[in-house]
Design a protein around this ligand. Sequence first.
Ligand SMILES: Cc1ncc(COP(=O)(O)O)c(C=O)c1O
Length: 450
Amino acid sequence: MVDNNFLKANNAKHLWHPMAHPADSLTNYPKIITKAEGVYITDIDGHQLLDAIGGLWNVNLGFSCDEIKQAIAEQLDKLPYYSIFRGTSNEAVIELSYQLKEFFAPDGLSRSFFTSGGSDGVEIALRLARQYHKIRGDAGKVKFLSLKKGYHGTHMGGAAVNGNSHFRMQYEPMLPGCFHIAGPYLYRNPFGATDAKQLAELSVQALKDEIQFQGAETIAAMIMEPILGAGGVIPAHPRFMPMVSKICKEHNILLIADEVITAFGRAGAWSGSRLFGVQPDMMVTAKAITNGYFPFGAVMIADHLAEIFEQDKTGKATISSGYTYSGHPVGAAASLASLRVMQEKQIYKNAKIRGEQLYQGLLSLAKKYPLIGDVRGGYGLMCALELVSDQEKKTPIDKAILAKIHEAIYQAGVMVRISGANIILSPPLIVTKEDIEKILDALEIGLQSQ
Ligand SMILES: Cc1ncc(COP(=O)(O)O)c(C=O)c1O
C-alpha cells in the first residue's frame, strides 16, 4: 500500500482529470478524498467535510448504505459478470427491469435499455429516436433539438445536443442536424424577459419557430432536462415542460427527458417529468440508480414506442447498439437495492423539505451579500448561487476570487462544486435540518472571506 507522501507527490502527475486543464491540476492539486461515511467525506489530511455535492449528484442515500454494498458483494460472489447481448441474460437484470417498469409506470415508461452511465444513455436515446422514425417509414426525421445551457454528457451525440459551448468548441465539428433553443435561464436571457412564465412562453415560441424553419418532417426528437442541472441549476416555469411536450406531440417529435440528475427523487418528486405532469417518450436515467456505487444507467422507453419496435417484422428494429456493461449483473443488483432503500425511505419527500430549507437560506444570504447575483432552486435538493462582481452589470465574479471563496467554504467543513461563476449544491437526499444549516453557515463564511 502506498503512503500519503507518495500520493501527494504523484497527485495529478500521471492522470488527466475530466473537466480540468492538465496544467491547472498540476498547480492546484486535486483534494485527495480517502474515505466517506454518512454524508461526510474525509480528505488525506484527515479534514472532514459535509459533501454538499453528493458525490456528483449521485450519492443520494449517502456513503454508508450497507444494503447496496451487501447486494454488490453478494452479486460479485454469485455472478460477477455476464453479457446481455443477444442470447443471454441474468437474474438481477430481469428483476430490475420489472421493478423499473413498476417504478416508472406513472411516467408511462415500461421498457429499459441498460447502460454504463448518463452519456451512454443519451447516446442510446438519440439513436432509438432516429430508429423509431425509420421503422415507421419516416426516415427523414433525423434532427435533434435541445436547450441552450442543457447538459447531456460528453459522447459526440450528447455533446452535439449540449447547450454549453465550452463542452463543444474544442471537439467540433459536432454531429450535424442539432439545433438549440434559448431555454429558461431567466437571469441572462436573450429576450429581455423578467418573469419566468413570460420567458417560458417566449422560449416555446422560439421552439415553434425552429420547428417551422427546420420542418417537423426532418426532426426526430427534442431532448431536455426537466430542471437544467450541470448548466447551473436552471429551473423553468412549471408550464414550460408541458408546453414543450404538447408541441412535440403535435409534430410527432419524440420528447427525451434527460433525467440523469432528476430521476429518483432529487427534484422533490420521483422524476422531474412527473413533477411537471409530463409523460416523455424516453427518459435517460443513471447516477442515483445505484447511489453512485456502480457505473450504471437505464434508458426508460414508453409503451407506444416499445410497440413499434416489438411489432416490427422487417428487421429494422434490431437494436444494433449497446455496451459490454449493459445490464451488468453487479450494477443491476446495486440498482435493485438502491430502488428498495429509496422507496422505503420515500426519499423524495426529504429532498423536497430540505431543498426548501436550503433554497430559503440561500435567498436570505442573497439579501446580505451583493456578490450573489442570482439564487436558483426551489425544486428539491438542487440549488445554485451565481456570483457577480457587479450586481447591476451582472459581471461574472473573477475566477481567483471564487477560488478563494471555495477554499474558505472547504476550510469551514463543506464541499461545494464550482462551475463557471456558480456554486452548485446537490447534497445527498438524506441530509438533516442541521446538515443544511451547516452548509448555509459555511457558505456565509465563504462569502464573508471577501
Ligand atoms: C443531465 C445529464 N445528462 C447526462 C449526463 C452524463 O452522465 P455521465 O457523466 O454518467 O456520462 C449528466 C452528468 O452529469 C447529466 O447531468
